[in-house]
Design a protein around this ligand. Structure first.
Ligand code: OXD
Ligand code: MN
Length: 585
């Protein structure tokens, strides 16, 4: 939509439909935030945390039926079904609007309607986009204020950009899962979401705008919106090499983006640019430049602690909102793994449902419990994270969670092969989406739930972008999660992953010891810098092995997956699949 008049008209139309008691335009000020918080403390939507340990921080407990993204009610409502493709749920836009507008009818009766302008991307950046979310949830407004640049700054950007904005209508409705719908109208660039107040279902700037609608825009306009962290690897000479990494939800993007290097004394360290989303355009120099459209983190809490991710712990130490974690009697947050080695919470801890925790209870925090924290509080935040033109990307890292099959680390032969590696990605399902955890599913480029158009065309777009780039990024694949026969992880992970980044850095420079395998170049067992790490050559061999039988099965599964895209599957992906077969023998 375009123009202040269009914005006002849309707000009026939404009010007529949803019938709120009052309308509040949010300006993003401190006072407004303080008033919102005070209101939610009164209603019990928020609980104040220990003010000394966690200043200005709050706990929210969601409805127990509303704890994760719900993919089967997330629809792409493109005019043509084939533009949504076989991996998206689709409905004709007219029928979706007719059906779901009945649910919106009167949904805000007795409630406040907040009009929330927000900016995705740094202020003044040519990459930035304005969104306006209408919502009846004060909790959503507070989260949007942390995770985006919200209020006046967005209205100023809207004025400067000629009035362009992406409208998103959100209501929690009655939180009945049967009346929950997250609808995307890509041709119109419009979002409708009802029946959920949680994460990517409700903070419409995140998955809905910045990935599903933005990926469609990028396809039409020649840029990329990806489910990727962005990090900078500083080498001993002080140079920083930027890399973007696609991992499925809850597979360690935040941890990798905020990695604390055990080799910092030798001059290797990691800077954080973003932990979830990258918008990338081709720069005048022919390289790919990335910005993080977000202003904060909506990270998975369980497993986060001072050893696994000290930078996340520092980020969430103030001005944060916790969702569905436990609460100790001292009003501190508690989740599984919050203290290294500690399995049970202090006595008197309340679980995520608001009940007294007792020994034998399954969990204290919900597995998809989250922290919402300002990115500016992250000690490793890059000095360039708000550069309007972004940072130049030298490598893409694809990865997933796989007990077998994928080795610790390998490099694609070239761009086309790398796109195939991304298209062939698979990972064990996590608690970030509703459904069964642990099953392996194919998740190309970690975009399965977020690609707003036909994934076959999406690979075609990747291939085309590669042709336009003078210096396309090198493409790597990692798997920190490989296990031995007894189910133990073979690789220590976390900070030690810097060693994989260092190998990538060497490869980007055209150096580094490799062995060619059927799936790509892998390091030789002594190719990784393992100084100070106690890990045997035998173990490294197991981590790096490419098992022919496993890969033959993998090849067959990939074939079934690719088959559904029919004539939308780019020929190059088919060629790479055939070539893999030949190399496997
Ligand atoms: C997220 C997700 O919340 O991917 O980032 O689910
Ligand atoms: Mn994500």
């Amino acid at each position: 939509m375009s123009g202040i008049a269009a914005l006002e008209k849309w707000v009026e139309d939404c009010a007529q439909l949803t019938k709120p008691e009052r309308i509040v335009w949010c300006d993003g000020s401190e006072q407004e935030y303080a008033d919102l918080i005070a209101g939610m403390l009164r209603t019990g939507e928020l609980i104040q945390m220990n003010e000394r340990a966690y200043p200005n921080s709050y706990l929210h407990r969601s409805n127990p039926n509303d704890v994760a993204r719900t993919e089967e009610v997330t629809l792409i409502c493109s005019e043509r079904q084939e533009d949504a493709g076989p991996t998206n749920y689709w409905e004709d836009p007219k029928s979706a609007k007719a059906r779901v507008s009945k649910l919106f009818d009167g949904a805000m009766r007795g409630r406040t309607m907040y009009v929330v302008p927000y900016l995705m991307g740094p202020a003044g950046s040519p990459h930035a986009k304005v969104g306006v979310e209408i919502t009846d949830s004060a909790y959503v407004v507070a989260n949007v204020r942390i995770t985006t640049r919200m209020g006046k700054v967005a209205m100023d950007a809207l004025e400067k950009n000629g009035g362009q904005f992406v409208p998103g209508l959100h209501s929690t409705g009655d939180l009945d899962p049967k009346k929950r719908w997250i609808l995307h109208f890509p041709e119109e660039q419009l979002i409708w979401s009802i029946g959920s107040g949680y994460g990517g279902n409700a903070l419409l700037g995140k998955k809905c705008l910045s990935l599903r609608l933005a990926s469609w825009m990028g396809w039409k306009e020649g840029w990329m919106a990806e489910h990727m962290l962005i990090l900078g690897l500083e080498d001993p000479s002080g140079n920083v090499t930027y890399m973007a990494g696609a991992f499925p939800s809850a597979c360690g993007k935040t941890n990798l983006a905020m990695l604390v290097s055990p080799l910092a004394e030798r001059g290797w360290r990691v800077w954080t640019v973003g932990d979830d989303i990258a918008w990338m355009r081709i720069g005048e120099d022919g390289r790919l430049w990335a910005v993080n459209p977000e202003n904060g983190f909506f990270g998975v809490a369980p497993g986060t602690n001072v050893e696994t991710n000290p930078n996340a712990m520092a980020s969430l130490s103030a001005n944060s909102i916790f969702t569905n974690v436990g609460l100790t009697p001292d009003k501190l947050p508690w989740w599984e793994g919050i203290e290294p080695g500690v399995k049970t919470p202090p006595s008197g801890t309340i679980n995520w449902l608001g009940n007294q925790w007792k020994p034998g209870d399954e969990v204290v925090a919900h597995p998809n419990s989250r922290f919402t924290a300002p990115a500016s509080q992250c000690p490793s935040i890059s000095p360039h994270w708000e550069d309007p033109q972004g940072v130049p990307i030298s490598a893409f890292i694809f990865g997933g969670r796989r007990a077998r099959v994928a080795p610790l680390l390998y490099q694609a032969f070239n761009w086309q092969h790398g796109v195939f590696v991304g298209a062939g990605m698979a990972s064990e399902k996590t608690a970030a989406a509703a459904g069964k955890v642990g099953e392996t599913r194919r998740d190309p480029m970690a975009m399965l739930p977020f690609c707003g158009y036909n994934m076959g065309d999406y690979w075609g777009h990747w291939l085309e972008m590669g042709q336009k780039l003078e210096r396309p990024p090198e493409i790597f694949h990692v798997n920190w999660f490989r296990k031995d026969e007894d189910g133990n992880f073979l690789w220590p992970g976390f900070g030690e992953n810097v060693r994989a980044l260092m190998w990538m850095h060497e490869r980007i420079q055209g150096r580094g010891a490799v062995r060619e395998t059927a799936i790509g170049y892998r390091p030789t067992p002594d190719g990784l810098d393992l100084e100070g790490l106690d890990i045997s050559t035998h173990r490294m061999e197991r981590l790096l092995t490419v098992d022919r039988d496993d890969w033959q099965d993998e090849w067959a599964e990939q074939g079934v997956f690719f088959g559904q895209f029919k004539d939308h599957l780019p020929a190059a992906i088919g060629e790479e699949h055939d070539a893999l077969k030949r190399r496997l023998g």
